[in-house]
Write a protein that binds this ligand. Sequence first.
Ligand code: FAD
Length: 398
Amino acid sequence: MKQTMRVLISGASIAGPALAYWLHRYGFDVTIIERAPALRTGGYGVDIRGAAITVLRRMGILDQVRAADTHMTGVYFVNSKGKIEGQISEASLGNQQGLDIEIMRDDLSNILYDLTKDTIKYIWGDSITDIHETEAGAEVQFIHGKSQTFDLVIGADGLHSNVRTLTFGDEAQFKRTLGCYISIFTLENYLNLDHRQLFYTMPGKTVGMYSAHDNAEARGMFLFQSDSLKYDRYDAESQKKIVENAFVGHMGWETSHLLKTMKEATDFYFDEICQIHMPTWSKGRIALVGDAAYGPSPLSGQGSSLALVGAYVLAGELQAAHGDCARAFVAYEQEMRKFVEKNQKIGLMAAGSMIEKSKIKIFLRNLMLRVPTLMAVQFKMISKMIAKAANGIELKDY
Ligand SMILES: Cc1cc2nc3c(=O)[nH]c(=O)nc-3n(C[C@H](O)[C@H](O)[C@H](O)COP(=O)(O)OP(=O)(O)OC[C@H]3O[C@@H](n4cnc5c(N)ncnc54)[C@H](O)[C@@H]3O)c2cc1C
């Protein structure tokens, strides 16, 4: 690199700060712009496995992330009266004990922010409105800030990426909807759950609650099947109404209490369960990383691992190409494409397992959960597939 390259990253969750860390380490001058006024809280456990563990080790934060493991013991399925009808242990869910990590999304985001906050310039509460490529670079306009020119602009702004829309057009071209919506929010652990998740499943709907932060609090979850919904992505109140309407007439177990607490929640998260599939992740001086480029769906738990590995590879290829973005972006895609495809397949499987379509399927699942040998065979196969996908990339030393 002849002179320090200026990079603007949109999005300060997982992919953005991870990419910023590596780019700064390689000598790039990095700014992150985040639409929210501060680091966003909320979400539930995300899984860190395989190559993503290696990335965390190389970032020097593996022990810190491991120390924040949720230590969940498993999922318990309850009926409308709260009676446990079946159980799946955490190991059976594909988590290799002692190797994989499950961490609350916001804990991981906090660790990455702490790692980068002194070296990266963070701009809060602003968003890019236009990117125009000139000979000199990418000229960027903002809602609030003055326009600036950067050498590169990277979209790490999630499933509904703003940079993606500005660069590649409407998200409908890339979105593969899985036909459900999810909401997650923090609440008091009033059921005194001890490192466990409770799921109450009805045809096409699941209500969940699980302990968080060593049982100090809990997270509630509503998941429901639905045709495509039109709503304002920035209007939490109207989204809460959508969730409430989806559960009218289905008030078994703790549903009505959870709906009430959801309405008061300040970290309410709501999104469509969908994946992002794009033929290419870059154009000119602009590229995408994490969910913005290849989101595997919020149900998969795999998004953070993909984002960590994607950030490592993208920064590494930019370093290896001495800032020649055309070369680096091609190499980034070559390295990542197969790995992404394998992990998105796992994402589809995970989505399918958290919602049941009919009463008979719920009955059969509960029946199967009572036959440990049958379940052991099935879960062993699933664990093997997940481990293969999570390790499906050979990380270069950049
Ligand atoms: C609040 C929240 C809760 C989540 N909960 C879960 C969960 O429970 N389980 C799960 O598997 N996944 C969850 N996810 C998604 C998960 O974080 C990602 O799949 C994964 O970590 C990859 O992260 P990412 O950084 O690519 O995208 P994301 O984590 O989605 O982060 C995108 C970031 O970009 C910001 N952003 C959006 N638009 C703009 C804009 N116009 N300008 C600037 N910044 C913008 C967002 O505010 C966010 O901080 C959640 C994401 C968020 C933001």
